[in-house]
Write a protein that binds this ligand. Structure first.
Ligand SMILES: [Fe+2]
Length: 451
């Protein structure tokens, strides 16, 4: 959290004060402190080893199962104290303020879950065989309130502390919003809380072990997946870096094309897996430039036919370079065909209309738009409105009209973060020696008629 607004501070204070007041009010009579202590230790251990699902995103821990078990075993106040044990987690990273907020949030949501459990007829204490199935409804209510309170309070603080200068949605969808998948998995994992409480009357303090060991194994698998994702990101990042090192006037272009493609994909309701694939496709669409001679990419004058042919080969070269990278899958078709045109006059295959893979038709729109709204040595960056006009002009001949419409709709809603003009400043020698851009529909490549 950076410098916080007054509203954000008020919000955080309200959450902290509510948690403190509710816990301090008690009652503490009859509270089974040995259970509170044991479950609290479980929360501390879980929180100390939380798994980050993706770089920059939220972490997941198995502590919610222990908190929900405490709802059944020790009631609302006991559950709130167990939730507050989050404060003692050894995880590095969160600032003091984040730690205080998280602790209060967990205490508050555990308390509210406890109240919901009682309100729906639940009885605090060790469940027995006779508690079933009557306990299921109050426990389900408690689990839902627990998840809703956690996600609601966290969404609130994320929204209030979001970066002020944010003008467009992140390509990967991280940041302010909490993923629906995380919400659903939290509800699913809540069931382990009831399992833990139910086993307690049979095996006592071993119950958490029997429940948490499979959970830790599952978390280990999740961590492996997260590691794999990191490796994917690193692979894509390294290839992008290589392209931008070679063709330096397009710095940041791959990232923005990726972002624009994701905006279109989301607008047309593409499923999440495909949106992820098109994000990679956007990052790597020009990877084939690695196979084009640098002197051709950076040539100031007109291109010879040979040089033009070398440029036109870059989609195929791109495919050659990344073909064996398994996770790219559908992205490969996007990389290979992103310069096809709807009227069949594009390259490398001259495909027309629906023959062109959907990913490629999406990429073509985002690619041209970013090229037009970026500074080039032969012209300044065009305004967004002008670039939209240009997309509309070529809609139906160069671009798929449906994706132009989708992009314009998404742009109106989310805005567009243009590259900083200083990125390609006039004094940047690298930028000034480049005179042509094969992605710019307003600046078609010029070929010398005869040698
Ligand atoms: Fe390209």
């Amino acid at each position: 959290m950076g410098k916080l607004s007054r509203v954000a501070l008020l919000y955080i204070s309200a959450v902290v004060v509510s948690a403190v007041v509710l816990v301090a009010r008690g009652p503490f009579t009859g509270l089974r402190w040995q259970y509170v202590a044991f479950l609290g230790i479980l929360v501390i251990v879980s929180e100390s080893r939380a798994t980050q699902l993706r770089k920059g995103q939220l972490t997941w821990s198995s502590s919610s199962a222990a908190m929900l078990a405490s709802v059944v075993l020790v009631g609302p106040v006991g559950a709130a104290i167990v939730g507050a044990c989050t404060a003692l987690g050894l995880r590095r990273g969160p600032s003091l303020l984040q730690r205080v907020f998280n602790t209060s949030m967990y205490a508050l949501s555990a308390y509210l879950a406890g109240r919901a459990f009682l309100a729906f007829g639940g009885h605090v204490g060790l469940p027995t065989e006779r508690s079933f199935p009557a306990i299921i409804a109050p426990f389900a209510a408690a689990a839902l309130i627990h998840v809703a309170a956690n996600h609601g309070l966290l969404s609130g603080v994320l929204w209030l502390t979001r970066p002020r200068d944010r003008t467009s949605a992140g390509a990967s969808g991280g940041g302010v919003g909490l993923s629906a998948r995380l919400l659903l998995s939290d509800i699913g994992y809540a069931a382990y809380g009831l399992l833990m409480a139910a086993l307690w009357s049979v095996v006592g303090f071993f119950a958490p072990l029997l429940v948490l060991i499979p959970l830790f194994v599952a978390r280990w698998a999740v961590a492996q997946f997260a590691e794999q994702q990191k490796a994917y990101e690193a692979t894509v990042g390294a290839l992008c870096q290589a392209v931008e090192t070679k063709d330096f006037y397009t710095r940041g272009h791959s990232d923005r094309v990726s972002r624009g493609s994701v905006m279109i994909a989301r607008e047309i309701g593409m499923r999440a897996e495909r949106v992820e694939a098109i994000r990679y496709a956007g990052m790597l669409h020009d990877v084939g430039k690695l196979g084009v001679p640098t002197k051709v990419l950076q040539k100031t004058g007109k291109l010879t036919e040979e040089e033009y042919a070398a440029i036109q080969l870059h989609p195929m070269r791109g495919l050659d370079i990344v073909r064996e990278i398994g996770f790219l899958d559908e992205a490969l078709a996007g990389i290979m065909h992103h310069h096809e045109r709807i009227d069949g006059r594009g390259y490398p295959m001259g495909l027309a209309g629906d023959e062109i893979p959907e990913f490629a038709r999406v990429l073509a729109v985002a690619d041209a738009f970013d090229s037009m709204t970026s500074t080039r040595s032969y012209r300044g960056a065009r305004p967004v409105a002008e670039a939209i006009e240009e997309l509309r002009k070529w809609s139906g001949t160069q671009f798929d009209p449906a994706f132009v419409d989708a992009f314009v709709a998404a742009l109106k809603r989310e805005g567009w973060q243009r590259p900083e003009p200083s990125v390609i400043a006039a004094d940047d020698l690298a930028a000034t020696i480049t005179a042509q851009d094969h992605d710019d529909p307003g600046a078609p490549l010029r070929v010398i008629d005869s040698l």
